[in-house]
Design a protein around this ligand. Structure first.
Ligand SMILES: C[S@@+](CC[C@H](N)C(=O)[O-])C[C@H]1O[C@@H](n2cnc3c(N)ncnc32)[C@H](O)[C@@H]1O
Length: 378
């Protein structure tokens, strides 16, 4: 980096530094791509080469591949209060509401569903173990049904013990997600559970991935662990199907395919933003309310569209009394105005006919309305 010229404003200095960094990054990428394509020894600094069509094409390729990777690495999380189940009259209806949320999450490729307590009780950060005693009942029930529906059918009986909360979950509409594969489906990745079949010490483990026979993986794993397996080409004549355990994000990264959501419990609204699985948290946060600004205005203003350049987006929904109540019940948050918690506070259904939109309806409406902002391909 060049030394700072004190006559220049910081804005100018930062701009120059940004340009230098961009140039350096571009050259580095070009070099990598050139080498990969067999153009070893290319001098990316040479004016002559920089002016060729070839370099332009490489630049475009790099830009495109950068965009593709960025797009695949992007995640969307939604936060929903468990209390919405308390509003349903029967166990069957509670189960159905949970099913609607799971379907919406799957339809819109949601990566994480956070079930939070908007009522304030059990706000004890010291309690680390999630047990029925210290967690809000409705939150647990919603989280359990969401997890159950996300899990491929062939694994459910191995992972979920019989539980009252799941009494009617089998009647719900299936998610029909890409990772819910049938035995005859051919796909390079499969979700599985480590089986207890003994194998020679240090020789790996067997994983039940919903095929006729368990798949043998290289890692020694604890039985009953849920894992994502990449199937390897069978060796000629071998009756054993081999595979390798990969991160659950691998299918999305490699093939751009949606691979389900994770479920997280949060004791309060503030915990939704904290305890995130992403290293730097969420870089685009959206609050939803009929008191927010109209979603139509979001697309009027080109400046606002910049916000689609996110890595981890979080969209938060309120319960029967809205997000204002969740804020009031949270003693860790000191802001007066709930909209200040978010980058955007949006009304996704301007001029609504019904006096109230239920949370499960608002999720579908909001994700549909925000689609252009969140799923932008450019
Ligand atoms: C029954 S409403 C809560 C009542 C309240 N009128 C509100 O929107 O704040 C439940 C939740 O649905 C979502 N919601 C309802 N109407 C909405 C709208 N027009 N735009 C965006 N979200 C809405 C919000 O997340 C809200 O907290």
């Amino acid at each position: 980096m060049p030394p700072v010229d004190i006559k220049k404003s910081w804005k100018e200095v930062n701009k120059e530094r940004k340009a230098i960094r961009k140039n350096w990054k571009e050259k580095k990428l070009l070099k990598t791509l050139g080498l990969k394509k067999g153009f070893e020894g290319i001098d990316v600094n040479s004016e002559e080469i920089n002016n060729t069509e070839f370099i332009e094409k490489l630049k475009n390729d790099v830009e495109q591949s950068e965009k593709t990777v960025k797009k695949k690495l992007r995640t969307i999380s939604i936060a929903v209060p468990g209390s919405i189940l308390e509003n349903a009259q029967s166990v069957e209806l509670k189960t159905y509401v949970a099913g609607q949320i799971a379907r919406a999450a799957c339809i819109y490729n949601i990566d994480e569903v956070i079930v939070f307590n908007d009522k304030g009780e059990g706000n004890d950060n010291k309690v680390k173990v999630l047990t029925e005693k210290n967690k809000n009942r409705a939150c647990l029930q919603l989280a359990r049904i969401l997890q159950y529906l996300e899990c491929p059918q062939y694994l459910r009986r191995h992972i979920f013990p019989i539980h009252n909360d799941l009494q009617y979950a089998g009647l719900l509409n299936p998610l029909d997600a890409p990772h819910h594969l049938r035995q005859q489906d051919e796909f390079p990745f499969r979700e599985g559970i480590v089986s207890g079949v003994p194998i020679k010490k240090k020789h790996g483990s067997y994983v039940n991935v919903g095929l006729n026979k368990d798949v043998r993986v290289d890692k020694v794993l604890t039985p009953k662990l849920r894992v994502t397996v990449k199937l390897l080409q069978s060796k000629d004549g071998s009756k054993i199907q081999y595979g390798t355990v990969v991160p659950p994000s691998q299918p999305k990264l490699e093939l751009g395919v949606y691979w389900g959501y994770t479920v997280r419990l949060a004791d309060s609204l503030s915990e939704v933003f904290m305890n995130t699985p992403y290293k730097n948290g969420y870089d685009l946060t959206v609050g939803t309310s009929d008191k927010g600004f109209s979603v139509d205005k979001l697309f009027d203003n080109k400046e606002d569209n910049k916000q689609k350049d996110y890595k981890h987006c979080l969209i938060v929904f309120g319960g029967v009394d809205g997000l204002e109540t969740a804020l009031e019940c949270d003693d860790k948050l000191s802001v007066d105005d709930v909209s200040l918690l978010f980058d955007m506070y949006v009304n996704t259904c301007p001029k609504q006919g019904s006096r109230t939109i239920r949370t499960e309806e608002a999720i579908l409406i909001s994700l549909a309305e925000l689609r252009k902002l969140l799923f932008n391909d450019s």
